[in-house]
Design a protein around this ligand. Structure first.
Ligand code: ADP
Ligand code: MG
Length: 319
């Protein structure tokens, strides 16, 4: 039976790229660059709540870090350091090695040092604290949207929820979309390059982890604005092409979780720059509505022009 220290040394100790002192001492020493603020966020994934306990460990390793990276992307911050707290039911080395492979694949993709953590026995729980840098005054918060701003969403929201529905046997997808949507669920791609590029363009931003409309409400609360979402502008066609029921596609797009796309506000004068950014990053950016003065009032404009409030919350209510 390997000791806790063997496990840490074997699986979670890698050469640090930009950390004065990383794994192995009582605390890590981080040296932020001059003029930078530290952006810090923690996210926890619990077996049975956030993932199936039998989930592929390599994908889980990727996702555990990726969801934290996404939080920093949503601030316009650059991820630099991560801390990993693990509770494991047993020291299953094959499982831990695969988990570490996925975790470090994500760390390498975004040049993040694993600078420390904690390892203990317990019900499978994975918690990451991520630390990034953003120039003083440049962070994009949830509170800056103004009436008249455009509402944008990146990528293809709804894929992860459709992937989950497919895994649960709740919907049929053709083989290509099945693979794509399950991959979106298990290996989300945090939008770091987009987040950094939007520092000078977006007035407010967050990442969509709990569903587009639900997370949009957070933006409205923090900014003190309302919004109208144009149903005709939603990227529904690519989901509908998967063979899934169109009503389910709409629900997944509007209310499905786990996409980690960026939802942001930007003044209309930035439209051309945002379109150019979309081309440069090879990432679709959809302008799906606008912010209004009506405090926290969220409305959907249907393709026929009808305006209606979506139900308060809940996956099923947006059909
Ligand atoms: P302490 O008893 O002082 O809390 P630990 O034995 O918990 O120290 O950890 C020893 C070192 O290993 C520390 O530098 C800690 O940050 C690091 N560490 C522990 N678990 C992990 C992990 N899962 N990933 C990365 N570093 C870890
Ligand atoms: Mg400890």
């Amino acid at each position: 039976m390997p000791s806790e220290f063997d496990l840490i040394r074997r699986h979670f100790t890698r050469p640090a790229r930009h950390t004065e002192l990383a794994v192995g001492d009582d605390a890590a020493l981080l040296a932020p660059r001059p003029g930078m603020r530290l952006a810090v966020s923690t996210d926890m994934l619990v077996a049975g709540t956030h993932f199936f306990a039998d989930t592929n460990p390599e994908g889980l390793g990727w996702k555990t870090l990726a969801v934290n990276v996404s939080d920093l992307a949503a601030m316009g911050a650059e991820p630099r350091w991560a801390f990993l707290a693990l509770a494991l039911p047993q020291a299953d080395e094959a499982w831990i090695a695969a988990f570490a492979r996925g975790f470090f694949a994500c760390a390498d993709a975004f040049a993040i040092d694993l600078a420390g953590g904690d390892t203990t026995r317990g019900p499978l729980t994975l918690s990451v604290t991520i630390v990034g840098e953003v120039p003083a005054g440049a962070a994009i918060t949830r509170g800056g949207a103004r009436a008249g701003d455009d509402l944008w969403i990146s990528g293809q929201p709804g894929r992860a929820a459709l992937g989950l529905a497919a895994l649960r046997g709740e919907t049929g997808l053709d083989a290509i979309h099945h693979a794509e949507f399950v991959d979106a669920l298990q290996r989300p791609q945090p939008r770091v390059a987009l987040g950094l590029a939007l520092r000078s363009l977006a007035s407010a931003m967050l990442d969509v982890s709990d569903g587009l409309l639900g997370d949009l409400r957070h933006l409205l609360e923090c900014s003190g604005t309302g919004a109208i979402v144009e149903v005709a502008a939603l990227p529904l066609a690519a989901l509908a092409a998967s063979g899934a029921d169109p009503a389910l596609c709409r629900r997944c797009l509007l209310a499905g979780g786990d996409d980690y796309e960026l939802l942001f506000a930007a003044a209309p004068r930035h439209r051309a720059e945002i379109d150019a950014l979309s081309a440069r990053l090879d990432l679709p950016l959809h302008r799906i509505g606008e912010f209004t003065p009506a405090r926290e009032r969220l409305l959907l404009r249907e393709a026929d022009g009808g305006l209606a409030a979506p139900a308060a919350c809940g996956y099923d209510h947006f059909a």
